[in-house]
Design a protein around this ligand. Structure first.
Ligand SMILES: [Zn+2]
Length: 279
């Protein structure tokens, strides 16, 4: 049995499970350190300057697209600009960087959802990424709105929604915990009525069955946060490779320490030593 109070390895996005509150682990190398129990305790990260690509293991001076080396960033479909802007998916043009990856990740059903992370936002994800995607965004509430045939189509629907609703999370507001309550069932009705014409046009072009309205229930999420930060200061391992502080909460992909917040996802691929101090 390894000692989870002192582990060294490559950081990954924090795995999280739906529970009340959400249950987090820190992924360091092959270890998974349960984090919720560490709230109230001093923890420390030491980064010694090595980043290893999460795709090919090569060391890289700089991390691209949260954990990739430059060659992988240029080569992988997962790093293409259409991942950030799904309406630009170009699989149908025969130019996908990795058509096989596209078939399993993009040419499948996607969910267009509404979430309340720092206010109302629209988002899209593969069905299998619900509710992981919502937790990663720190949403306190989220609800599926439409199920659509492909990633491309989800992007086109999202573009139509963007005329009426944000598609970004204000992470500072998200981390302050002062998120207004919203009735997402009502918001879903409201947004759907605003995009009726857009949906009709997209169905005309892509087929009636390609976009389905859904009546699925929403999901309320609570996070293990004991103390909300009054002022948000961010830790950056590139600038300050030693980060220490008392863990006061976890939300989205952020650890809230009494010394500042750290976005773990941003440092995917970084080789770190993680310690629970005084353990
Ligand atoms: Zn690589």
């Amino acid at each position: 049995m390894s000692n989870l109070a002192d582990v060294t390895g490559r950081l990954r996005k924090m795995p999280a499970e739906t529970a009340d509150p959400v249950s987090y682990a820190l992924a360091v190398g092959d270890e998974r350190v349960p984090l919720n129990d560490l709230i109230g305790k001093p923890i420390r990260f030491d980064y010694e300057g090595v980043i290893r690509c999460i795709n090919c293991d090569r060391t890289t001076k700089k991390s691209f697209n949260q954990g990739f080396c430059y060659p992988c960033f240029r080569k992988l479909a997962a790093c293409d600009s259409c991942i950030m802007s799904p309406e630009k998916c170009h699989y149908h043009l025969g130019t996908c960087r990795e058509p096989e990856w596209g078939e399993t990740h993009c040419m499948i059903e996607h969910v267009v959802y509404l979430a309340n992370s720092s206010g109302l936002k629209v988002g899209i994800t593969r069905g299998s990424q619900v509710p992981t995607r919502w937790i990663d965004q720190g949403a306190v509430d989220a609800i599926p709105m439409l199920r659509v045939a492909t990633r491309h189509l989800s992007g086109l629907v999202e573009v139509a929604c963007k005329a009426h609703v944000a598609d970004r999370t204000n992470w500072r507001a998200m981390l302050k915990g002062d998120v207004p309550e919203l009735d997402l069932v009502q918001e879903r009705q409201r947004i759907l009525s605003l995009i009726t014409d857009d949906i009709a046009a997209l169905r005309e072009e892509h087929g009636q069955g390609a976009i389905r309205e859904v009546d699925e229930q929403g999901l309320d999420l609570t996070y293990p946060v004991h103390i909300w930060p009054a002022k948000i200061k961010t830790h950056n391992l590139d600038k300050t490779p030693e980060v220490e502080g008392v863990l006061e909460g976890i939300k989205g992909q952020y650890l809230i320490l009494d010394t500042g917040v750290i976005n773990i996802r941003k440092f995917t691929g970084y080789e770190v030593r993680f310690r629970v101090m005084g353990a």
